[in-house]
Design a protein around this ligand. Structure first.
Ligand code: NAP
Length: 437
């Protein structure tokens, strides 16, 4: 690495512009922190003709990647473009040429992280990705460095700011899903196409990254079961509160006899549970380590400032690691770990359905559940409205049961002539598998 640190910025959007401004505005303090001056060579964008008032004056902007990727004196490439390609190709090219890479790209790291870490190691380069999970929350560094002495057994997280904002608005203020999502978009928390967030994809990327580091084996995004929040409605939040729970989009993975089960789905968490109290765009990750016990990391999960904080933190760590960046070398993740099927999960379940309001119906419902070995902890039946004859709402909480049996029971319930439509099913996490509240 040259006396100063030459940096190329791939992407000058919300995060990239914030990184560029901070490098310019705080140059002296950052030079002291890095132990050498940091020089930003330029920024890669899609449209170089677009005015960029958010960038420091005089910063060269290009739409030709080779100008930056092959430039003399560029030691560190910061990738804040997003998307899988061409970001992945640029990261690979930078690592192959021995340049260090800092990326905020969860999609690339969740799909190709293990190969990229191996490529970095083979080229004696550092690949740092603190910003890819939890925005400004330090979690990757602690996992690979500070907690390295632990055998991590479980990771539980609320790790998508958009969905957490939406769920918080519905739970707290009675907003509808559509209203809350539109508001999140207006406030810049949700993208114009929010499907990656609301369908659980984004959380699955992040959980795959955390799981690979925590369990030291290749866990990838397709290994993560996912179910989004689109089907939740106000009634679920009402019943959750009545039963003493909050609803969160839970990202949870656990090492069980050398195999991993990783899942993202809405879950009832006891109100006293630390993750139940993480509201709005905040994120939190809790880990169960052998030595440290339960540890929780919480903070702003997104936003240009928080994300730039993580990106520049990685850059400074690389700049300080003399001279090859080797001191920042992340452990390569090991071989692929076996993935446990969701069907074998054991937990409690909340089932909500509408059924004919007449004698004998409840016996049919409990019979269908009993036939699959699913036993009931409680049943709430709300009478049909005045115009008797309409369906009544039935809310069931089960004891611990197997996912496969509960899903089959739900199919059998739907087939009953007295039940209207498919039952709603939400997993309840209040036993093992989440931290003791
Ligand atoms: N925003 C957040 O709060 C946040 C939080 C955590 C992680 N991240 C991650 O940080 C990364 C950047 O996010 P962002 O919000 O800053 O995105 P953004 O505002 O959409 O900015 C993307 C930037 O990359 C450039 N770009 C995109 N595709 C390109 C291509 N094919 N060739 C050249 N330039 C290209 C764009 O150029 P133009 O300006 O010309 O369009 C733009 O400058 C993503 O990986 C994201 O997941 C963001």
């Amino acid at each position: 690495m040259s006396a100063g640190v030459g940096v190329a910025l791939l992407g000058a959007g919300a995060v990239g512009a914030q990184v560029a401004r901070t490098l310019a505005d705080d140059a002296d303090a950052l030079e002291r922190a890095a132990g050498r001056p940091i020089r930003l060579a330029g920024a890669l964008v899609r449209d170089s003709a677009k005015p960029r008032p958010g960038l420091p004056a005089g910063l060269p902007v290009t739409d030709d990647p080779s100008v930056l990727l092959e430039a003399e004196g560029v030691d560190v490439v910061i990738e804040v473009m997003g998307g899988e390609q061409p970001a992945l190709a640029y990261i690979e090219a930078a690592l192959r040429s021995g340049r260090h890479v800092v990326t905020a790209n969860k999609k690339v790291m969740a799909r190709r992280g293990p190969e990229l870490l191996a490529l970095a190691a083979a080229n004696n380069a550092a690949l740092a990705f603190e910003a890819s999970v939890g925005g400004g929350i330090p979690i990757i560094g602690p996992l690979v460095r500070d907690l390295a002495a632990n055998r991590i057994a479980a990771v539980n997280a609320v790790i998508n700011g958009t969905t957490n904002y939406v769920l918080t608005r519905i739970a707290r203020d009675g907003a509808s899903y559509e209203e809350a999502l539109a508001e999140a978009q207006r406030n810049g928390y949700a993208e114009s196409d929010p499907s990656e967030d609301v369908d659980g994809e984004d959380a699955a990327y992040k959980l795959a990254i955390l799981s690979a580091l925590a369990f030291r084996g290749a866990v990838r995004e397709p290994d993560v079961f996912r179910e989004g929040i689109r089907n939740l409605d106000a009634a679920d939040f009402r019943y959750a509160r009545e039963l003493g729970y909050a609803i969160k989009l839970l990202a949870a993975s656990r090492l069980e006899n050398g195999a991993v089960r990783a899942r993202v789905h809405p879950a009832f968490l006891p109100e006293r549970h630390p993750l139940a109290k993480v509201d709005g765009v905040y994120n939190a990750v809790e880990l169960e380590g052998g030595l440290v016990g339960w540890a929780m990391f919480q903070g702003p999960g997104a936003g240009p400032g928080a994300t730039a904080s993580a990106v520049i933190g990685d850059l400074l760590a690389i700049a300080r690691a003399a001279p090859s960046g080797g001191a920042l070398a992340y452990p390569e993740v090991g071989a692929r770990v076996p993935i446990l099927p969701m069907a074998d999960l054991e937990t409690k379940y909340y089932l909500r359905l509408r059924a004919a309001d007449r004698p004998g119906v409840m016996a049919q419902i409990t019979g269908a559940l009993g036939a699959m070995g699913v036993s009931l902890a409680s049943v709430i039946q709300k009478e049909a409205p005045e115009d008797a004859g309409g369906p009544a709402e039935v809310v069931i909480v089960t004891h611990r049961a197997r996912e496969r049996d509960v899903q089959e029971a739900a199919r059998q319930l739907e087939a009953l002539s007295v039940v209207c439509g498919p039952p709603k099913l939400i997993r309840i996490e209040d036993g093992s598998g989440v931290s003791p509240a």
